[in-house]
Design a protein around this ligand. Sequence first.
Ligand code: UD1
Length: 430
Amino acid sequence: MRLTVYGGRRLFGEVAVDGAKNAALPLLAATVLTDDEVILENVPDVGDVRTMIALLESVGKRVQALEPDVYRIRPERELTSTPPDSLVRKLRASFLLLGPLMVRRGVSHLPLPGGCPIGVRPVDLHLKGLKALGAQIESQGGFWCASAAQLHPAEIHLDYPSVGATEQIMMTAALIPGRTVISNPAQDPEVHDLARLLIKMGAGIMIEPGRLHIEGTTRLQGTTHTVIPDRINAGTFLIAGAIAGGDITVRRCQPLHLEALLSKLDELGITVQEHVESVRVVSDGPGSFCGGRIEARPYPGFPTDLQPQMMALLSVARGSSVIKETVWESRFAHAAELARMGAQIRLEGSTAFLEGVMRLSGTHVSVNDVRAGAALTLAGLVAEGVTVIVDRDEHIRRGHRDLAGELNRLGAAIIEETSEEKEVVSSEVR
Ligand code: UD1
């Protein structure tokens, strides 16, 4: 995919946010825990979700779209325990199937998962949790094999509040009778959304600060559940409004989930108004807000998935800024691309030092991760001339249904070409 961004247009109007990809992925994975029908609503039509749906189908589920964002998931045949390599390697979240398939089938095999190249991405905490629940884990030729030797509830301390490991343990423990306790779990809204689904399916889950209690059962039932709004996409649009200048309202979002971003935008001098399910941002664009300090940390800290977009914003802030990334050690590839557009960025390990410039200039840049793609698109909005964003592996589509189209509806001028070089020019581009 290739995006050609014509810079210099302000954004005005409203944009509604889809369901959260990072909530939908574990919710879809959790459907293997039951043979009953599960209906998921507000499921975003993005690449990673399509991959997870294909994975479910590959292990024996029938996934039927009742509406574009509503899926019915029910068994088509007996569950299998070995999803195909080619699909697993496309998506890190595919590893979430290891525990649920094991607890249903007695055994599961998964190759090491894929995903964006933003760090080493180990799975030790997932494995530690499953072992504590009595699983036997072996690695054989690039595959992880989990067998349900003697499963039992457990008290598990996570050295780091890993989102995936917390979700893996929750799902597995939900089908192990008795009380499992995770201390230092991830507290992200997407983890809590999974807890809500598991409760509807019949597990007992209690969340308290620093601890998560799971009361497992022998059988989980079907239910209907609505995916929470995507806070990362909501944040991306808010940062788009802030960087480009203008007046936009992001609807169908949960301002509570965006507190770290909203307070940071406010601190930088950008006008932010919170309503019940929407946020309005008003900005005069580059140079109208000041620089600041961001530290990407586990929730409720500043989200790492908004760090690249924030780097684009701070590139055109007044004065200097510091961005520290504590979650993914290699999540600065976008810095080199922003520098090619004229941003002044110096990297020292996991810290980036920025000196704001008044203007960026359009050039050719390339994308290696979904959020970096969003960041470069936002930078293109304020670059002089034309920015061409080359996204060979369709990273942007993994997390955004139609980023260019939505920005165009707000007044941006972005032309999107698919890999087949077929131009999809939004009617709003004039
Ligand atoms: C999820 C999100 C991703 C986001 C990340 C952090 C999904 C599908 N993806 O990823 O967009 O950037 O949370 O908010 O929800 N780690 C270990 N051992 C493990 C697991 C993780 O050391 O077993 C480390 C990772 O290398 C990384 C950090 O923990 O440095 C965060 O990982 P984790 O919270 O597990 O992120 P994901 O669930 O993979």
